[in-house]
Design a protein around this ligand. Structure first.
Ligand SMILES: [Fe+2]
Ligand SMILES: [Fe+2]
Length: 218
């Protein structure tokens, strides 16, 4: 079973760590579950993680109660297990940007994902997600990050990745964390645009796709 930790009311971090912590390993692969009137899983994890991830989800809700899966971009840790999830719940709706949707359709993984754009909102009940453009697809095409305005959580996927997987949440310095490095988004234009969008958000927690969730509150 994957590690499961509650990081806010109704919000859970599910984590699988590859390699021993403290020995150059400890790189974690995280999914996030928001339990609400319409529940959502953020990232599927890879196929190899499916069993452990779903065992952890089952301690919070039945997989058949999941309404959405958010896919930041088309990569195995973000959407590799999409077919396994659809096998367990055929009504699940993938939510993603247009480029990711094109991949899901082109690979025959899903015929009609729900396409969202930066600035769009997705109402879950108590939680409301909005989306931020994130140049992460091949050729630096547009992927998306999700932001939960209710608990002020940025689900940052591969941005602001942290090593060290022991604790689920760790305190971090806002100014240091929220600065996008050139190696993360090599395009100056894309990086500047993404940075400007993130700078407009009131962020308490950065739920990174890899590493501990970063708590920016003083
Ligand atoms: Fe990725
Ligand atoms: Fe990732």
């Amino acid at each position: 079973m994957a590690q499961l930790d509650k990081i806010a009311e109704g919000v859970y971090r599910i984590s699988t760590t590859a390699g021993p912590p403290g020995q150059g390993g400890g790189f974690s692969f995280n999914q996030f579950l928001i339990k609400d009137e319409k529940s959502i899983l953020i990232h599927t994890g890879a196929v190899q993680q499916f069993k452990g991830v779903t065992e952890s989800i089952s301690t919070v809700l039945d997989i058949k109660q999941l309404t959405y899966i958010f896919i930041s971009h088309f990569e195995s840790d973000e959407c590799g297990a999409i077919c396994n999830f659809l096998g367990a719940n055929a009504n699940l709706i993938p939510v993603c940007g247009a480029i990711t949707a094109r991949q899901l359709q082109g690979f025959g993984l899903h015929g009609s994902p729900q396409i969202v754009k930066p600035g769009d909102e997705l109402n879950l009940g108590k939680h409301k997600l909005s989306f931020v453009s994130y140049p992460s697809e091949m050729h630096l095409w547009e992927g998306l990050l999700a932001y939960d305005a209710t608990d002020k959580i940025l689900f940052s996927s591969d941005l602001f990745v942290a090593r060290g997987g022991e604790g689920a949440v760790k305190k971090a310095n806002r100014a240091e964390v929220l600065k996008i490095e050139a190696r993360s988004i090599p395009s100056d234009e894309g990086r500047t645009k993404c940075q400007a969008a993130i700078d407009t958000l009131d962020i308490h927690l950065v739920a990174v796709g890899h590493g501990p969730t970063l708590d920016l509150r003083p």
